[in-house]
Write a protein that binds this ligand. Structure first.
Ligand SMILES: [Zn+2]
Length: 114
């Protein structure tokens, strides 16, 4: 659940950034306007990126491309129907693995690092 932790850190930065920004705008302090603006942007970016990765999970893939999952539960590529799925770590503090097609390289879905 490191990923959720990172997501809420992002959310905390965003909320703190907005508070600093409101305070700075009401008092007209340029430095804190910049500071709050950066926190708001960075926090929002981190939060929305992880939320997007969490949304595109296996259940999402199964729901969106029901034909790409065989009756035995085997995953195939939605684009080229190839059955070889590669997994790679995304890093960048996302604690996420990307599942991609071994043939055409299309991203299929994401899962959390075990
Ligand atoms: Zn493919």
């Amino acid at each position: 659940m490191k990923r959720n932790f990172t997501k809420y850190i992002g959310l905390a930065f965003f909320v703190a950034g907005v508070c600093i920004l409101i305070f700075a705008l009401s008092t007209g302090q340029i430095f804190f306007i910049l500071f709050g603006g950066i926190w708001t942007a960075v926090g929002f970016y981190k939060f929305s990126r992880i939320r997007k990765l969490q949304t595109k999970n296996f259940a999402w893939y199964k729901n969106k491309y029901p034909g790409a999952i065989s009756e035995q539960g085997k995953v195939s590529c939605y684009a080229c129907s190839n059955r070889s799925v590669r997994i790679r770590n995304l890093f960048q503090g996302t604690f996420t693995r990307e599942h991609l097609c071994g043939e055409c390289g299309a991203t299929l879905f994401y899962s959390e690092e075990g």
